[in-house]
Structures are given as C-alpha cells and as structure tokens.
Ligand binder design. Structure first.
Ligand SMILES: Cc1ncc(COP(=O)(O)O)c(C=O)c1O
Length: 469
C-alpha cells in the first residue's frame, strides 16, 4: 500500500469517533479468558509483589492480565494453563524463524555440550557471524556486536560523534530506537514530545533535535539552526517509519534525507533492529536502494537469543569503535562483557546462514501478503475503516489511528490516550479467539502457515462482531 493511501485512510479513522466495544460482549470475553487462565492470574498477582508495576515487558498483552507462557513451537505458544495461541507478536519481531526452531536449538545444545555458553575470549564464531552479516549488507564492512538494539543505537551515535566531531543528534518524531536517554523522547506518537522522558535531564535532551519525518525543509532547517551550537553528528531513522511502518515514511524520503545529511557533514544511521531481517536479506536499505553510513541490527538477528545487537558500517567509521584507552583517532569506547559472546554468536550464525541458504524470507513475505489480502477483504465485507498492509514480513493493521490525531490541544492528547488504551480491549477479544496480536503491530515468522492466517482472520472477525452496533 502506498504511503499516501496509508496516511489518508489513517486520517479518516482518526476523524471519526472511536469504535466502542459492546460491554456485554467484552465482559463475556473477560469471563471466558479468566475461566481459562487461572494459573496466569495467580502468577500475575505474584508478579505485582516483585516486579515494578507487576511487569517486565512492554510487548505482551496485559488485558485482563498477562498470560504466562510455558512452551513455544513454530508459530504457536502454549500458556501455563494449556491454552494454545497462534503468536503474531513474536516478541516484537525477535522471533523470525519461529519459536524453538529445531536446528537452532540443536546448534545451541551442541555448543553447550562441546564448548561452553561463554568463555570471554576470542572465538571463531564471532568472525563467522560478522562475515555473514557483512555478506548480507553491502553498506557494512565491519561489525561490532552489542547486547541489545538500544546499545547498538547508542554505540552508533557515539561513533558518529567521534568521527564527525559534532555534538547533536536528529531524531524523527515518533521513531523508537530503544530506551537510552539520547533518543527516548517523542516515541510512538509523533508530537508527544517529553511524554516519557522523566529521569532524563533537560540539558541531555537538548542534544537531540526532533524533526517531523517526510519533511526535507524541516530537516534542512534543523541542520542550519544547529550549525553553530555543536553541529549535527547524525540523523537516526527507522527506515519504514515510526513503529516499523505504522506511521510510514515517504518512499523516496530516505534517499533525499541521506543526501542532505551528507551535505551538512553528518552520518545517516539506519536503525534496522526490526527491518534488518524482515525486509529481506539486505534489509530495508536494499529494498529502498539506499546506502546508510551506519546500520544497527538486533531482534531477529539471533531469533530471540539474548545479547542481541550489532552496529555495522564502513571500515573507517567502525574503526572508531575501540575498547581500550585511546590509541587512535577518532575514538569512542564501545564495550560490554556479553557483547559477541559465544552463545549469541552461534545463534547469529545459524539464523543468518539459514536465511541466506533458503527462501524462508520470501515465504514469510508471501504469508504476510496472504494475510493482508484476507484481512482487507474481511474489513471490506464488514464495511469497516480498518485496513492492513505489510512490509516484507512486518504486518501492520490500522485500527484506531492514535498517531493520526493532530496534537493541537490537551483534549487531543487525551483522545490519543483513549485511542491507544482501547486497543488493549481489542487485543483481549482477539486473544480470546486464540491469536496473540499486538494492536495490529504484528509480525509473520517463517513458521507461520496459511491456516494460522485463517485463524487470525477469524479472530479479527470476532472483534468486528464485538462492536456496539
Ligand atoms: C526500531 C527499534 N530500534 C531499537 C529497538 C531497541 O532494541 P532492544 O529492545 O533490543 O534494546 C527496538 C525495540 O523494540 C526497535 O523496535
């Protein structure tokens, strides 16, 4: 679907009153879920005593309470009460091959049996993993592994500052790059500004310049305005737009933004933590036919194995990443006890190799396409404004369009909050039909089948039948 169509359809949803669920039907859904998940209920009560706000995660569903999982295989998860779900949340995109992929599990078992989980010294696995990542991405000549996507982005920004000698970062409104202070502002909802920035000093935030996406004039103005107050070291970007394409970027925007960034002597960082392996083997950059200076990876790179992140780019940029006292310039310190550890490197090797030597990614994209077609046919049949689209195997389903509400007043902000809040009730209805869907911000793994898709469509049909008539 073209960006212009996505924007106009999202705007149309945002201009209409919110679709409310029928209270009686919603209560029936909650009663049914509570009857089927007593163990999850008890565990979620226990969690309230030991985890801040009873939660550790942002991704799982929480209505009526989080479901605790016991087992995963392929596209399916089974909770502690024995209920099976088709999982389209897939750990926010980290599960790309499917849960508990047989070959990957065997690789890790062999490693544990024959080597160790971690020895803290050099291992050939690190080189193989780096070589495979380099093979996938023409813009990458050297790789530094990190322990998360957030760390990768923080590292890339440090490299850009060290190499350019400049200070500031440009971040697009709504784009998410993790939870470090330099980019944890104006996330998810474009224009939400300092909504989630408690704990970050203003002086720190002053180093990040927020710019609306799809606006080259605003980008150029930001470069000019900051030229004499430290200058811009880097622009960081989610290649398909905020929330991996829920607020999309114009098709030719990145190419033009990269040219502008270079004109002002800054580096363009592509945050491919989600898109890296979901848009095909060369990531979003190959699809969009652009060459960023630095690329960050995470999530799918290790199919959910921990300590997962990487920074890659041209040799002369990457060589600024040091782990010792300065002996070369430019220099920046990027380390991490677990970065590039044996276990993660074995997982990375396996995943990248499997994706490189099969057509699994093409298959997953075909599955995403099938699901999108079926969902749009369903929405059309119900005369609903909802719509679905996909990028590679990233599935987006627009339901309440909170980010399309113009943030012009306090009431507008309240409207955004309501439009986001109600999504968790929508997800409860969908999960009661055996499908884990995160408010339309879903993914398709290589293990998903057409039957799984049909189940997803039925779950959304249940949702459509649960609204006030
Ligand atoms: C685009 C993007 N970048 C970075 C991150 C942060 O990655 P991590 O959670 O591994 O720190 C995320 C996580 O959701 C993401 O979606």
């Amino acid at each position: 679907m073209k960006t212009s169509e996505i924007f106009s359809r999202a705007n149309a949803i945002a201009a209409k009153p919110l679709k409310e669920l029928d209270n009686q039907k919603l209560n029936e859904v909650f009663a049914d879920l509570k009857r089927r998940t007593p163990k999850s209920f008890l565990l979620s009560e226990r969690a309230k005593g030991v985890l801040p706000n009873g939660s550790q995660h942002t991704l799982p569903l929480s209505n009526p309470y989080p479901f605790f999982m016991n087992k995963g295989t392929g596209s399916r998860l089974t909770d502690v009460d024995g209920n099976e779900y088709v999982d389209y949340i897939l750990s926010g995109g980290a599960i790309i091959l499917g849960h508990n992929d047989e070959g990957l599990t065997k690789t890790i078992q062999d490693l544990l049996q024959n080597k160790t989980n971690f020895h803290g010294h050099f291992d050939e696995l690190e080189l193989e993993a780096a070589e495979k990542v380099i093979d996938f991405f023409p813009s990458i000549e050297k790789v530094r592994f990190t322990s998360s996507g957030s760390e990768a982005n923080s590292g890339a920004i440090k490299i850009a500052r060290a190499v350019t000698g400049k200070k500031k970062l440009i971040k697009f409104l709504g784009h998410y790059h993790g939870w470090a202070s330099e980019y944890l502002m104006d996330v998810e909802v474009p224009g939400s500004g300092k909504f989630v920035t408690n704990g970050i000093p203003d002086e720190h935030m002053d180093q990040t310049v927020l710019v609306p996406p799809n606006d080259l004039n605003a980008l150029e103005e930001a470069f000019k305005a900051n030229e004499h107050s430290g200058g811009i070291a880097a622009v960081i970007c989610e290649p398909y737009g905020a929330e991996s394409g829920l607020v999309p970027i114009d098709e030719d925007f990145n190419a033009q933004a990269i040219a502008l960034t270079h004109k002002y002597g800054a580096l363009y960082i592509f945050d491919e933590v989600v898109t890296g392996f979901r848009l095909g083997k060369g990531g979003a950059q190959q699809r969009l036919n652009v060459t960023p200076d630095l690329t960050t990876l995470g999530k799918g790179l290790m199919n959910g194995f921990p300590s997962c992140g990487a920074i890659g780019g041209r040799k002369e940029l990457m060589d600024a990443a040091n782990i010792s006292i300065p002996y070369a310039h430019p220099y920046t310190y990027i380390a991490g006890t677990l970065s590039g550890n044996t276990l993660s490197m074995a997982a990375c090797n396996y995943v990248v190799n499997r994706l490189a030597t099969t057509n699994l990614l093409e298959q997953a994209e075909a599955t995403a396409s099938d699901l999108t077609t079926k969902l749009n046919a369903l929405f059309h049949a119900y005369d609903s404004d909802f719509f679905a689209y996909y990028y590679g195997n990233i599935l987006r389903v627009e339901l309440t369009a909170p980010h399309a509400v113009p943030l012009t007043s306090a009431e507008a902000l309240n409207e955004v909050v309501q439009r986001r809040k109600i999504l968790s009730s929508y997800s409860a209805v969908v999960s009661s039909a055996g499908v884990l869907s995160r408010n339309g911000r879903d993914f398709v793994s290589c293990a998903q089948t057409i039957e799984d898709n049909d189940k997803y469509v039925l779950a959304y049909e249940k949702l459509l039948n649960s609204f006030v008539k």
